[in-house]
Design a protein around this ligand. Structure first.
Ligand code: BV8
Length: 257
């Protein structure tokens, strides 16, 4: 089948790669039950647009609303387990050096055992001072705050009294210093980039596959639907990453045995 041949070809390129970079988006966590960013709004959140909630301006306007949305999503991440797609990427890293550059703020790649992870948009389980009073990021362990109840909305920074916020990159905010630089260097040096589960809409992350391709990398996309990346991909493995990635990694294992 054409899909079988594409998976075979992807495995050959990955097995022969010297500088493999994997770019992941919300789709890789979908089969873990963590909704993709566009559908992180259901039920009580259905009337909000994520780009209106994931901003510093929204947080300033209504800290408890934004905090509650993140507490809701943190609950989904806590209840989720890595899926076979995360596990396949961790197994692949044992076969050959790779870096996972992720747009995701969940900790599922870490929990699946992946080691070299570059998180472009922060970590939803971490909190920090909104005023970065001790430098960026002033990480606050909210669980250690006296009498902290997550249902009370955001706590106050114990150092300066400003609101505590999730340690994620909001729209209109720059990515963590150095992260984008390192991601661009990795993309420019890649000989193969595997792009998994991203709509390729959010910048600057969505430019990384184009950077890799311009630098001569083979571009492989795993996504059940076309994205902004598909037109630049040499191979599009059309399907859910939880099913496709284990098949690709199994063939890489055969080739490297
Ligand atoms: C910045 C943390 C400026 C928060 C996130 C106009 C044009 C171009 C750019 C802009 C513009 N207007 C504004 C901008 C900039 C803006 C942007 O890109 N906007 C977009 C909407 C157009 N970008 C920013 O603001 C960035 N900062 O530019 O700063 C600046 C510059 C200099 C100085 C000062 C300021 C910051 C962007 C970071 C935003 N934060 N996350 C949080 O999570 O709450 S991004 C957010 O979207 C998530 O992290 C998510 O990962 C990310 C990207 O989305 P995807 O991962 O692709 O997820 P999505 O739902 O879109 O797609 C899921 C895909 O999975 C789909 O393709 C689907 O088919 C697929 N899928 C589904 N099931 C499966 C699957 N795939 C595989 N298997 C499956 N089973």
């Amino acid at each position: 089948s054409p899909m079988h041949e594409s998976i075979q070809q992807a495995a050959e390129w990955i097995a022969a790669s010297k500088h493999l970079v994997v770019l992941t988006g919300a789709g890789v966590s979908k089969e873990s039950g963590v909704p993709t960013f566009r559908d992180a709004l259901d039920g009580l959140w259905a009337r909000y647009d994520p780009q209106q909630l994931a901003t510093a301006e929204a947080f300033r306007r209504d800290p408890k609303l934004v905090w509650d949305w993140y507490e809701y999503r943190r609950g989904l991440v806590r209840a989720a387990d890595p899926n076979p797609g995360h596990a396949a990427l961790a197994a692949l890293e044992a076969l050959r050096p790779l870096v996972i550059v992720t747009q995701n703020v969940d900790d599922l790649h870490q929990r699946a055992g992946s080691k070299d992870i570059l998180a472009l948009h922060g970590a939803i389980m971490r909190s920090k001072c909104f005023a970065t009073c001790r430098g960026e990021p002033t990480v606050i362990d909210v669980a250690a705050l006296p009498a902290f109840d997550p249902a009370d909305g955001p706590p106050r920074c114990p150092y300066c009294g400003a609101w505590v916020r999730p340690d994620v990159v909001w729209y209109g905010e720059t990515l963590p210093a150095g992260a984008l630089q390192r991601a661009a260097e990795l993309a420019s040096a890649a000989d193969v980039m595997l792009v998994v589960g991203t709509s390729g809409v959010v910048q600057p992350a969505a430019s990384l596959p184009y950077l890799a391709r311009q630098a001569g990398a083979r571009l492989i996309e795993v996504n059940p639907r076309p994205s902004e990346i598909t037109r630049a991909a040499h191979l599009w493995l059309e399907g859910p990453s939880g099913e496709i990635l284990p098949q690709v990694v199994a063939r890489v294992q055969e080739r490297l045995r």
